[in-house]
Unconditional design. Structure first.
Length: 231
């Protein structure tokens, strides 16, 4: 009963305001202003979300030099990347990759490593960009997830090596990308399906940390000079 009386009082006040043209106009104006502000705020949130995603995508295709750390259950690699050439350290040994061959450095001397095998270094920034091409990401709270068909990964990772892709259509590689200020800072790659396909031991999640993107000096000139002297 009390509620009904209260509702009647509210209705009476509303009717008085409505019958007063001046007050009614002010109420309508206030209502539309509030609605307008809400719409502007909503639009800004959407624009910022889209611009953040666009800036992420743009940055992913304009990177050619950076510092990195690769790590999984078996190995940890510290290095620098400059236009497809890499200078990196595994354990206490320093190596230089000139795009074709791997050399080990010792006392400013360079020696060719004939059968160097550290395939994870092929998963560089450029490789990831090609791998994700045409794949839509799934947005998570702190990262973007890409579900890559295993066939796509094998074709790109193994290159010209003849492979049998039959029977792997339903398997995927999971790539999670983490950003800070729209800059890629870390990638986690779940290669479990690839290890199973190859019949090799699972090395666990591959984590790649990126630093100083597009802010690395050209370290290749000195190493190329040393190689010319050796040859």
């Amino acid at each position: 009963m009390f509620k009904k009386l209260k509702d009647k009082e509210v209705y009476k006040k509303y009717k008085k305001l409505k019958d007063n043209p001046q007050k009614s106009a002010k109420i309508s104006l206030a209502f539309w202003l509030i609605l307008f502000v809400i719409l502007i705020l909503f639009a800004r949130v959407n624009v910022n979300h889209v611009s953040n995603n666009d800036s992420r995508n743009n940055k992913q295709y304009s990177v050619n030099r950076y510092e990195y750390v690769y790590s999984n259950e078996k190995v940890k690699v510290f290095g620098y990347y400059y236009n497809s050439k890499q200078l990196f350290t595994v354990g206490n040994e320093k190596y230089y990759y000139n795009g074709s061959n791997v050399y080990i450095e010792s006392n400013h001397n360079m020696s060719l490593v004939p059968e160097f095998n550290l395939d994870i270094l092929k998963i560089d920034y450029s490789f990831l960009s090609k791998l994700k091409s045409g794949i839509n990401s799934v947005k998570k709270d702190s990262f973007d997830r890409y579900i890559i068909p295993l066939t796509n990964f094998v074709s790109l990772f193994d290159g010209d090596t003849p492979v049998d892709l039959s029977g792997i259509d339903n398997y995927n590689i999971i790539v999670d990308e983490y950003f800070e200020d729209n800059n890629l800072i870390m990638v986690k790659v779940d290669l479990s399906s690839y290890y199973n396909y190859r019949g090799t031991e699972n090395d666990g999640i591959l984590t790649i940390d990126f630093y100083n993107i597009n802010n690395i000096n050209d370290f290749t000139k000195e190493y190329e000079r040393i190689l010319r002297v050796i040859k």
